[in-house]
Write a protein that binds this ligand. Structure first.
Ligand SMILES: *[C@@H]1O[C@H](CO)[C@@H](O)[C@H](O)[C@H]1NC(C)=O
Ligand SMILES: *[C@@H]1O[C@H](CO)[C@@H](O)[C@H](O)[C@H]1NC(C)=O
Ligand SMILES: *[C@@H]1O[C@H](CO)[C@@H](O)[C@H](O)[C@H]1NC(C)=O
Ligand SMILES: *[C@@H]1O[C@H](CO)[C@@H](O)[C@H](O)[C@H]1NC(C)=O
Ligand SMILES: *[C@@H]1O[C@H](CO)[C@@H](O)[C@H](O)[C@H]1NC(C)=O
Length: 544
């Protein structure tokens, strides 16, 4: 606990002073100053207005080590409000830093806000992204890796290099046009292409030396489609999924759904040439494919043949692959023994929440919903309204625990939950499109996944031994996915579709994990630098 105390003294000067004074007890600090601007980008050959961070698209990568304190001062030089959020970064006791509209006031144009995050007890591969409107369609995202502390063993030899590969579908229309399409009650069109690290076909080259092994941290930062990735002539050894070290199985192609992150090892064990890295849209017709180059430093020439083909619309292949991904129970996580004396499969759940997605038309417009409720934002961030006890912004219990199968309706939906409960969530997909669900502030055990309708009998097939612990999970068409989640993080947390059109049109809600305790051990107080807006404008973050 002592190591967290300086966070409350949130003036940077005090932070620096106290960290200097207690240097031995202190987890390290890393400082970032980011300037967010609009700038021209040409990822598919046409000029677009991109969101740049310090002039870069994608934005700079965050490299950190377990328990680091990250002080990220974000200057919004756009002409519109802006927020960054951190996909998969748990921010324990600190939903104040989550950077979604339910927790934070947008940073006004010309202003700045300093995020103070601690990557407490985490390792793994993640990304950050701009959370408001359709900003994500313009860039503003980047990789976010958390390395193990030096004394914690990693279950594979250090790779010769650690590459980040951010892939995603891409639209030539700009974010304001895409938002207007959605605001008009329409679906997005089919994407125009796939980008890898912000570039179109063969815009990226990853150099490898023959005989050496490389880590690729792959995240799907796109808006609407799952992806499949292949390395021509090479295999991928899966080693990490959103912070869990996996049993190291080998794959020739890997599905990565919206918002998901995977680490693979690729050994340069082929004749010295260039090879395609192919990324295609999954479960779509047509299929969009883009490529990058795996370049041997002693390469004799360009890639031979065409990029390797992969699975396209097949669902069973993907379902079987997802189920084959297991946790390595003997490997370290953020601590030497990730399991300790607690095992997720031996604890009885205290509550079951079933969440069904749907696509209702409400007031003549296409919307998306969870248990028939299509989320609409309030005039004040929910976390801030909760803190100041401003009534009328939202009510706890405004989304049911089970599907209603009734007509859709608009609501600022917040589900209540008790700190320390151990819950089962079943995501039920009665639609014909694949879903990808993410829960902020948490990671969870994906205990089951299957076609058809979930029932209590489905529990007999759960993997209660060695499934991975992750933060984003897919649900196949006409299928279900079940997770177990210990509610160990107090706060207001966004539960959302990672399909960005669906998220924007209401397939999300907030989970308010509550304790009556006001102890700092359970939740941090509002940051002194918190921006206040809506009905909280003019309040104080500290007593006079
Ligand atoms: C951000 O970048 C813009 C454009 O280069 C520049 O005018 C502005 O001064 C920068 N702001 C900060 C805070 O660095
Ligand atoms: C804005 O940046 C300044 C430093 O330039 C910092 O002192 C201040 O705390 C930042 N504002 C917020 C709201 O974080
Ligand atoms: C699991 O982790 C252990 C400990 O690091 C390692 O020795 C072993 O090879 C790993 N097993 C698999 C199948 O990946
Ligand atoms: C987006 O594109 C439209 C044309 O389709 C253009 O009128 C508008 O100014 C663009 N907006 C931005 C923010 O670039
Ligand atoms: C879980 O519930 C079962 C059946 O109700 C019971 O027998 C078992 O002791 C419980 N386990 C724990 C760890 O509470």
């Amino acid at each position: 606990m002592a190591s967290n105390i300086p966070i409350f003294l949130s003036s940077l000067l005090l932070l620096l002073l106290s960290s200097t004074l207690t240097v031995h007890a202190e987890d390290p600090y890393r400082f970032f100053t980011w300037n967010i601007t609009f700038g021209d980008i040409y990822p598919l050959g046409v000029k677009q207005q991109g969101i740049l961070i310090n002039g870069q698209f994608p934005g700079p990568q965050i490299e950190s080590v377990t328990n680091d304190n990250l002080i990220i001062n974000v200057f919004n030089s756009l002409t519109e409000p802006f927020l960054l959020s951190w996909n998969g970064i748990q921010q324990r006791r600190n939903s104040w830093q989550d950077g979604v509209y339910g927790t934070n006031c947008p940073i006004p144009p010309g202003k700045n806000f300093t995020y103070i995050l601690q990557v407490k007890d985490q390792i793994g591969s993640y990304f950050y992204f701009p959370s408001l409107g359709m900003h994500k369609a313009a860039g503003g995202f980047g990789g976010f890796k958390i390395l193990s502390r030096p004394m914690i063993p990693v279950p594979f030899p250090p790779p010769a290099a650690d590459y980040t590969l951010l892939a995603g579908d891409w639209f030539k229309a700009n974010h304001t046009d895409l938002k207007a399409i959605l605001d008009g009650g329409n679906d997005l069109p089919f994407p125009d292409g796939v980008l890898i690290n912000g570039r179109g076909p063969n815009g990226n080259s990853f150099t490898v030396e023959q005989g050496k092994t490389y880590r690729f941290r792959i995240s799907n930062v796109g808006l609407t489609t799952c992806l499949n990735i292949r390395f021509q002539g090479h295999t991928m050894k899966l080693v990490e999924v959103e912070g869990s070290h996996t049993l190291q199985s080998t794959y020739s192609s890997l599905d990565v759904c919206m918002g998901q992150s995977y680490s693979v090892l690729v050994t340069a064990d082929q004749p010295p040439l260039d090879y395609y890295i192919a990324v295609s849209t999954r479960f779509t017709n047509p299929v969009l494919t883009s490529t990058a180059i795996l370049h041997y430093s002693n390469s004799a020439g360009s890639p031979v043949g065409s990029p390797p083909g992969g699975p396209t619309v097949e669902i069973d292949f993907s379902l079987n692959q997802a189920r084959s991904i297991r946790w390595n129970l003997t490997a370290s996580g953020p601590r030497p023994n990730p399991q300790g004396s607690y095992h997720y499969g031996l604890i009885n759940t205290t509550r079951t929440i079933r969440l069904a997605n749907s696509a209702p038309v409400i007031n003549g417009k296409q919307r998306y919903a969870v248990n028939s409720v299509s989320f609409i934002p309030a005039d004040t961030p929910l976390k801030i309204a909760d803190y100041y006890q401003i009534s009328g912004v939202f009510s706890v219990g405004s989304i049911p625990d089970n599907p209603t199968f009734g007509g859709g309706y608009l609501q600022t939906s917040v589900m209540g939950a008790n700190y320390r409960d151990y819950i089962e969530i079943v995501f039920e997909n009665y639609e014909t499109t694949v879903q990808s669900w993410h829960i902020d502030g948490y990671s969870f055990f994906t205990v089951g996944m299957d076609g058809g309708q979930w029932s209590s009998e489905s529990r007999k097939g759960y993997n209660l031994r060695d499934t991975v612990n992750r933060c984003t999970v897919q649900v196949y068409p006409k299928s279900w996915t079940a997770i177990y989640m210990p509610l160990d993080n107090v706060g207001m947390w966004n539960v959302r579709s990672e399909n960005w059109a669906r998220q924007y049109l209401g397939q999300q809600f907030y989970l308010r994990v509550y304790t009556p305790s006001t102890s700092l051990r359970d939740e941090y107080p509002i940051p002194k630098n918190a921006l206040l807006c809506g009905r909280a404008a003019g309040r104080r973050t500290r007593p006079l």
